[in-house]
Ligand binder design. Structure first.
Ligand SMILES: [Zn+2]
Length: 108
C-alpha cells in the first residue's frame, strides 16, 4: 500500500475514534521509531494526547496499535491506573468490535 494511502487510513481511524469514543483532549498521531515499543500513548500535560506508531510496520498492524493506544487514552481520561488490565481490556474490546463493523455498530 502506498504511504499516502496508508496515512489516510490511519487518520480516518483517528477521526472515527474521536467521534465514537471521545476523549477529553485532542489526539495527535506521530510516526516514530522507538527502541522498545511499536506504539505508545502519552499525555503531554498541556491538553494534548500523542499516539506514537512505528512507521516501519504494516498498515494493519498500525491500525491495531492505534486502537490499543486509544483504549489507553480512554482509561487515562478516567484517571484509572490500569495498564493492560480489565478496564483497559474492556475498552479495547468495545473499540475493536466497532472497528470490525466499520463503526456502524458502536458498543457502549
Ligand atoms: Zn499498551
Amino acid at each position: 500500500m502506498k504511504k499516502k494511502k496508508a496515512k489516510k487510513r490511519l487518520l480516518e481511524l483517528i477521526e472515527k475514534l474521536q467521534k465514537n469514543f471521545p476523549v477529553s483532549d485532542n489526539v495527535y498521531l506521530c510516526m516514530k521509531r522507538m527502541r522498545k515499543y511499536n506504539g505508545r500513548a502519552i499525555y503531554d500535560g498541556n491538553g494534548k494526547y500523542i499516539i506514537y506508531v512505528n512507521p516501519c510496520l504494516g498498515i494493519e498492524h498500525q491500525l491495531d496499535i492505534i486502537q490499543h493506544e486509544w483504549a489507553h487514552i480512554r482509561v487515562m481520561d478516567e484517571m484509572v491506573h490500569d495498564l493492560h488490565g480489565s478496564t483497559w481490556g474492556k475498552e479495547l474490546a468495545k473499540i475493536y468490535t466497532s472497528f470490525c463493523h466499520n463503526f456502524r455498530k458502536v458498543v457502549k
